[in-house]
Design a protein around this ligand. Structure first.
Ligand code: OXD
Length: 310
């Protein structure tokens, strides 16, 4: 099996394929031939011979020059960057290992808000022993109601990390599913058409929806209005789920208390966006899954998947 690897990332060092990843492959897949490319020219020249490719992105027109190709694998969870002919039946293996890293990011953000870390840091800069002011802002995750909109593989891992804090979970899903093993009597799964009813009982709303036409604009100004004024919204799915103007409005009008935003309608987030300057917003540049172990985890997951491919 001839595998072509082109995993060079322009921004995140940990998302570049390294020698240790090649060793990880060779140890587990002896007999596979592996070629690593560092630029698209090299990749495209070698593509016609490849039987499997591992890439960050793939363009539909490239498929014409892939007579041998049996599968494409990508570390990305979302379907945004690999584009193949719709009827071609070419399997695309998307990464499914992101949950734990994203859960750490969401939990970190939840504690940032609950423990008033921003206020503490601001007052620290002023050398203020501001016990009264800061203590008034501190809350807890204990017995808080956490709603995860998009309760798939990643959403369920995120939900799990909130359970030891005594949170009550609601997973919102499009289709029926068995509750995960960590659920107790205070947790529930609801169908997407019940979302509006769940929002007024939500302290922390975590959005984990994929991009695409089906989710675009799904969360409207009306949905934001249903949330309690003290609630926090987290978005680690895709920025198309609401219009940026609607979340800005919800934050400005204090329909919600704060937001941790990792994904945006337009990325990079334009300098003109009002979100940058909002006190109650914590922004990350689409990095909720970043980790030094990112590619190690991806390869660990991929090896058994490709070992048994014909
Ligand atoms: C992904 C992402 O889809 O980082 O993997 O958004």
């Amino acid at each position: 099996m001839k595998i072509l690897i082109y995993l060079t990332h322009p921004h995140v060092e940990a998302w570049n394929f390294q020698d240790r990843h090649r060793e990880q492959f060779s140890r587990h897949l002896p007999g596979f031939s592996m070629v690593v490319c560092h630029n698209s020219k090299d990749f495209l020249e070698r593509l016609p011979e490849a039987e499997g490719v591992i890439v960050w992105y793939f363009k539909r027109e490239w498929q014409k020059s892939t007579p041998q190709l049996k599968w494409i694998a990508t570390p990305a969870a979302g379907k945004d960057w690999v584009d193949v002919e719709p009827g071609s039946n070419l399997p695309v293996l998307f990464g499914g290992f992101h949950g734990q890293m994203m859960a750490e990011s969401v939990l970190g953000a939840a504690l940032y808000f609950c423990k008033a870390l921003r206020a503490s840091r601001d007052l620290q800069k002023k050398k203020k022993w501001a016990r009264v002011k800061i203590s008034q802002k501190i809350t807890s995750l204990y017995q808080k109601r956490v709603t995860v909109l998009g309760f798939g593989r990643i959403g369920q891992v995120i939900g799990r990390v909130f359970k030891p804090f005594g949170c009550h979970l609601t997973g919102v899903k499009r289709g029926a599913m068995e509750p995960p093993d960590y659920f107790d009597g205070g947790d529930k799964i609801v169908m997407a058409d019940q979302l509006m009813g769940v929002l007024p009982e939500t302290d922390h709303l975590i959005l984990v929806l994929p991009g695409g036409v089906e989710t675009a604009g799904l969360f409207t100004r009306e949905h934001f209005k249903q949330l309690p004024r003290y609630s926090i919204v987290y978005n680690v799915g895709r920025g198309n789920v609401y219009r940026e103007a609607d979340i800005v409005h919800a934050l400005r009008e204090k329909h919600i208390a704060g937001a941790y935003l990792d994904v945006f309608e337009t990325e990079p987030l334009p300098e003109t966006s009002e979100l940058w300057d909002m006190e109650n917003v914590l922004i990350q540049p689409h990095l909720s899954a970043a980790s030094p172990h990112y590619l190690d985890l991806f390869i660990e997951e991929l090896i058994p998947r490709i070992k048994n491919k014909p």
